[in-house]
Design a protein around this ligand. Structure first.
Ligand code: SF4
Length: 310
């Protein structure tokens, strides 16, 4: 449910944009509450339309779709601001977890005993815990480094597609510590660095070294690149999701064609294997969320564009 502060933020936006019809988007984890949240917002005298498709992140705001329904404002819950300007105004309601990170860190501290300078990172949901986590590390005589990405709002905040908050300071660190749920963000960091990366998992409440995963990721990268080099027909996939769009697809196509490959571009909203049924190609070049390379199972190999054009 929304807090009084959240309601205030939304009401301010409603007044500012004189909004009458509001689009509401929540992450999957809050779907069971979405009707109640819509009810809370409607108390301000507006009508709410729930955008029910899965939300993949702040990159995935349905501006085009909701403009078709004459929405005046989108209320997006769960992520921090990614777009400064969009076709419909967006009110971001951040959602923070209060899971106890400090307790896990204290219990698992010995796993970091070999490292003096630690670069710290987390996702938006746990960002408020950075000072506490940082304090514990310092009380164990660690030097704590916190960087800032140009895309994300908070120092220390990383996205699966943007680990730059820690990568930008890796030269000064002995290791990287990411805390949060899931492995995607931590693996996104591991893919971009040779430093030891540790995941403090809020699921099993342990700190894990990602050394093995880092090795596997590097090997997979080499194998994918070899498959790409051998491919004759490349299918560039791109999405209409505003924060995942790569508007350079035509330029990318021309560049690859110069290397003697046949290339075609396939655009879709959600990138899924069914959309490519009936098409013939040797490899998929993914220009959307980097997660697709690992998470979506296609019949043909997938490689992220950054690994081809880096
Ligand atoms: S990692 Fe993927 S889902 Fe997350 S913000 Fe980046 S593009 Fe969006």
């Amino acid at each position: 449910m929304l807090s009084p502060d959240d309601i205030n933020t939304i009401e301010k936006s409603i007044r500012k944009y004189n909004a009458k019809v509001i689009a509401l988007q929540v992450p999957e984890g809050l779907k069971t509450e979405v009707q109640a949240i819509a009810g809370q917002i409607e108390k301000s005298g507006v009508n709410v339309i729930i955008f029910a498709d899965p939300c993949f992140g702040a990159c995935d705001i349905p501006c085009t779709q909701m403009a078709q329904y004459n929405c005046d404002l989108i209320v997006h819950i769960g992520h921090s601001e990614m777009f400064k300007k969009q076709s419909i105004p967006i009110a971001y309601i951040e959602y923070f977890s209060d899971t106890d990170v400090a307790g896990i860190l204290k219990k698992e501290m010995t796993k970091l005993k070999n490292y003096k300078s630690i670069a710290l990172a987390t996702s938006i949901q746990h960002i408020k815990q950075i000072p506490k986590v940082s304090g514990i590390l310092k009380s164990h005589q660690k030097k704590v480094l916190i960087g800032k990405s140009t895309i994300s709002k908070y120092p220390g905040q990383v996205l699966g597609c943007d680990p730059s908050a820690v990568i930008s300071i890796q030269d000064k660190a002995d290791c990287i510590l990411y805390f949060g749920t899931g492995r995607f963000h931590a693996l996104g960091i591991a893919k971009k660095t040779d430093l030891p990366v540790f995941l403090l998992s809020l699921e099993d409440k342990k700190i894990h070294s990602l050394k093995k995963e880092q090795f596997i990721l590097q090997k997979k990268k080499i194998i994918r690149k070899a498959k790409y080099d051998n491919a004759k027909v490349v299918c560039i996939v791109a999405t209409t999701k505003p924060g995942q769009m790569n508007k350079n697809v035509v330029e990318i196509k021309k560049k690859i064609e110069k290397k003697g490959k046949r290339v075609f571009i396939a655009i879709m909203d959600v990138i899924k294997p069914e959309s490519l049924l009936g098409m013939d190609y040797d490899i998929i070049l993914n220009t959307a969320c980097p997660r697709i390379e690992e998470d979506v199972v296609f019949k043909k190999p997938v490689i992220n564009v950054e690994d081809v054009l880096e």
